[in-house]
Design a protein. Structure first.
Length: 218
């Protein structure tokens, strides 16, 4: 599979690979670089599974990136999340760091990036997480990712069960309600998506809503 990560994104992952404790690449970066390659991404999501805080991760990452000749700016930093921007020349990449104390439903797998090896969340883990995000945000890219993951063999029933395990407030019924009120076409058009693509994505939203409703029936 051909990665859609930029050369800078791949280099940043390689540079940060030695960090300890180890992080796991998830979200759009994992899909673009190691699973589906169906879209590009501006951000790289690095999760510290099993950790409640990020005590030294941002500082450690900044030291490694600066030593490699990059400029690093802090956009956000708290005990549990951090956002940095690494820049080299005219190119830049945003790094989102998240402490993730909730256990994964499926263990991450090792993948090669350059001369290093990193942990990457599995397709199923990302599918579970994407369903969970529907309760907290409504973004067209999440539906694009869900459509790709399900089309490539994702198990919706199993993922719904996994999402409920990770989040006690999650249920098939609540995510169905979220999909019902998601104005996909308006948001997709505002992001520059063509009207045809926006309507196709909205049709997927309706199918997904119906499938989840059917699975939620006793």
């Amino acid at each position: 599979m051909k990665s859609t990560l930029s050369p800078l994104q791949q280099r940043v992952l390689e540079i940060l690979a030695p960090m300890s404790p180890r992080w796991t690449l998830s979200g759009g970066g994992a899909l673009a670089g190691f699973h589906c390659a169906h879209r590009t991404t501006r951000d790289l999501d690095l999760f510290w599974h099993g950790q409640a805080t990020l005590p030294e991760a941002p500082q450690q990452a900044e030291r490694l990136l600066v030593a490699a000749g990059m400029q690093v700016a802090t956009i956000q930093r708290s005990p549990t999340v951090a956002r940095l921007k690494a820049t080299q020349g005219d190119d830049g990449v945003v790094l989102d760091f998240d402490a993730e104390p909730v256990p994964t439903v499926e263990a991450p797998a090792e993948h090669a990036v350059g001369r290093a090896r990193i942990l990457v969340d599995t397709r199923h883990e990302i599918l579970v997480n994407k369903l969970g995000t529907l309760l907290n945000r409504a973004e067209p890219r999440d539906l694009v990712d869900l459509r790709e993951l399900l089309a490539s063999g994702g198990d919706l029933r199993r993922a719904l069960l996994g999402a409920a395990r990770k989040d006690g407030g999650f249920s098939a019924l609540t995510v169905g309600w979220s999909l019902e009120g998601f104005d996909v076409i308006k948001k997709a058009l505002a992001l520059g998506m063509s009207e045809r693509d926006a309507r196709e994505l909205d049709a997927f939203r309706q199918r997904l809503r119906d499938e989840i409703a059917a699975l939620a029936k006793p």
